[in-house]
Design a protein around this ligand. Structure first.
Ligand code: SAM
Length: 216
C-alpha cells in the first residue's frame, strides 16, 4: 500500500489525541488508504474524521468510530472475526490487517461486490465475503473470537451472541432511537457481560435480528 499523505497522518494523530491507544490499530489506520473507499466526489474529505455517504444510501463510518470499535475487539493477530455490514469495505480492511481471518456479511449485493473487487486489488487474501442477513450471523464459520456490527440494532441479536466463543467480544450499536449506545458484550460462562462505550449514530441493522426493512 502507498505511503500515507500529510492529511492521512494528521487524521491518525487526531485519533491518538481522542484516546485510541492500541498502536496496532493506529498502524492499520495509517496503512489502509481511506480515499480508495469513498466515492470520487468525496475524495477531498476522505481523511476528515467524519462519516461519508457511499452507494445505496449507506455510509462509510467515521474513522474515530472505526478505530474505537476495532480497539474494543482487543485483537492480537490470530483471531477469527465476523463483521456485519461490509459497506465500503473500509472497516473490513482494517480488521484484515489485525487478525487472521475476517468473515464479512452485507445485505446489499452491490456493496459487497464493490468491496470485494477493491480489497482484492489492494492485496487482501484473508477475507470471506457473503451477501445475506447478517443479523443472523454467519454460522458456517462460527465460533468467532470477535464480532463487530457496523449498523444499529434495537437489542442484542441472540444469534450473534451465540456465535461467539467463550470470552469472545461483540461490539455493537444498540438502541431504539438515535443516538444509540455502542456496547461491548463479552460472552461469559455466566451470561453476557455488557459495557457501554459511548453514544453513536449508525444506519439500521435491517433483518430478522434487527429492524424490519420498512423502517430503513
Ligand atoms: N463498515 C462499513 C464501512 O466501513 O464502510 C460501514 C457500513 S454502514 C455504516 C452499515 C452497513 O450495514 C450498510 O452497508 C448496510 O447495508 C449494512 N447492513 C444493514 N443491515 C444489515 C444486515 N442485516 N446484514 C448485513 N449488512 C447489513
Amino acid at each position: 500500500m502507498m505511503a500515507a499523505s500529510n492529511d492521512h497522518l494528521r487524521l491518525i494523530a487526531k485519533l491518538a489525541e481522542r484516546g485510541i491507544t492500541d498502536s496496532r490499530v493506529l498502524q492499520a489506520m495509517a496503512e489502509v488508504p481511506r480515499d480508495r473507499f469513498v466515492p470520487a466526489e468525496c475524495r477531498n474529505q476522505a481523511f476528515d474524521d467524519r462519516a461519508l455517504p457511499i452507494e445505496a444510501g449507506q455510509t462509510i463510518s467515521q474513522p474515530y468510530m472505526v478505530a474505537l470499535m476495532t480497539q474494543e475487539l482487543r485483537l492480537s493477530g490470530n483471531e477469527s472475526v465476523l463483521e456485519i455490514g461490509t459497506g465500503s469495505g473500509y472497516q473490513t480492511a482494517i480488521l484484515a490487517r489485525l487478525c487472521r481471518q475476517v468473515t464479512t456479511v452485507e445485505r446489499i449485493a452491490e456493496l459487497s461486490e464493490q468491496a470485494q473487487l477493491l480489497l482484492a486489488e489492494l492485496g487482501f487474501v484473508n477475507i470471506d465475503f457473503h451477501v445475506g442477513d447478517g443479523s443472523l450471523g454467519w454460522a458456517a464459520n462460527a465460533p468467532y473470537d470477535g464480532i463487530i456490527v457496523t449498523a444499529g440494532a434495537p437489542e442484542m441479536p441472540l444469534d450473534l451472541y451465540e456465535q461467539l466463543r467463550f470470552d469472545g467480544r461483540l461490539v455493537i450499536p444498540i438502541g431504539t432511537g438515535r443516538p444509540q449506545i455502542l456496547q461491548t458484550i463479552v460472552r461469559d460462562e455466566q451470561g453476557p457481560r455488557v459495557t457501554d462505550v459511548c453514544e453513536c449514530s449508525f444506519v439500521p441493522l435491517v433483518g430478522e435480528g434487527g429492524w424490519p426493512a420498512d423502517d430503513e
